[in-house]
Design a protein around this ligand. Structure first.
Ligand SMILES: [Zn+2]
Length: 313
């Protein structure tokens, strides 16, 4: 029997999983991400956690095919990271350093791209080889898989769907410094922003007004949609149009078999897909119309699954 490890490094915790060759997860656990001292402890901590499990299960090195790692930063094909926003690292040769510590082969990828690979392997994209994944959380993340492989790009930044410009006239800035990014309309914070703007437009009756305007979230909007609230439905339509048109544009390049939508906002369920697929189908190029839509199913585990898959290929 052969095994591999999937590791998902986040700003506060590192998630780890021990996988069997066929993708069965035998064990998963977490350790703290120690970001102090420019994150100098992170990789040694990961290596120690893996060695400890190998000793516990009496796994010889020869039985471990490799260790896959997802990182919240652009990652080059070579496993090199140039800078991170929340790990404390500057330039870091992640693959090389971890291989030195473990003496096992290591593969490294961007966390959102790796999560997309996980969803294709064992989640919402199961059975497909060409897929776009979009993660609607605080921001909008993304990953593109073509012919089973992550589209990494020339600078490790392939698949950053959240920063496609969908509104040339936007005056407010996105977190990235640009203006009119998809993230400003389709993330949880983006949907709340659309809601506040819609409420300020006129005095139309809506259950959303019963709440403190600053307490309105993507969840309160979609809960109101489910109650049939007209204004909430308009906000959902506006969100769906931004995301649906952006995905139709991407479909021309990727020609996906399936588009998988994940992240906190996707907990609204199937109704969210309805609001996205309608504008998508209105604008998508005829040859891309057979593309399907699905919700992500792996939740926070997508990262460790995708990291394991990096190794298994
Ligand atoms: Zn942006």
């Amino acid at each position: 029997m052969r095994y591999c490890f999937g590791v998902d490094i986040g700003g506060t915790t590192v998630k780890l999983g021990l996988f069997k060759f066929d993708g069965e997860v035998l064990e998963k656990w977490e350790i703290k991400t120690r970001t102090e001292n420019e994150g100098a402890n992170i990789l040694p901590d990961v290596a120690a956690a893996i060695k400890e499990r190998m000793a516990q299960h009496e796994l010889p090195k020869e039985d471990v095919l490799g260790v896959g790692v997802g990182i919240p930063a652009p990652v080059m094909e070579t496993g090199i990271v140039k800078a991170t926003a929340n790990l404390g690292w500057g330039y870091k040769e992640v693959k090389h350093e971890l291989e030195e510590l473990l003496e096992i082969e290591v593969k490294v990828g961007n966390d959102a791209n790796v999560a997309a690979l996980g969803e294709m392997w064992k989640g919402g994209g199961l059975g497909h080889r060409n897929m776009i994944m979009v993660t609607l959380g605080t921001g909008v993340g993304g990953g593109v898989i073509t012919n089973g492989h992550i589209m990494v790009g020339g600078h490790g930044a392939g698949g950053e769907i959240g920063h496609i410009c969908v509104n040339y006239d936007e005056t407010e800035k996105c977190g990235c410094g640009s203006r009119g990014c998809l993230e400003q309309y389709a993330s949880a914070t983006g949907i709340a922003r659309l809601a506040r703007k819609r409420l300020a437009k006129n005095e139309d009756a809506t259950v959303l007004r019963e709440k403190n305007i600053n307490a309105i979230s993507a969840k309160t909007v979609f809960d109101a949609v489910k109650e049939g609230d007209k204004v909430a439905c308009e906000i959902a339509e506006e969100f769906g149009q931004y995301l649906g048109y952006a995905l139709a544009n991407l479909a021309v390049i990727v020609d996906p078999e399936i588009i998988v939508i994940g992240g906190g906002v996707s907990r609204a369920g199937e109704i969210l897909l309805d609001y996205v697929t309608k504008p998508f189908m209105e604008r998508v190029f005829f040859a891309n119309k057979e593309c399907g839509f699905a919700l992500a199913t792996l939740g926070n585990d997508a990262g460790i699954f995708g990291a394991a898959k990096l190794v298994l290929k």
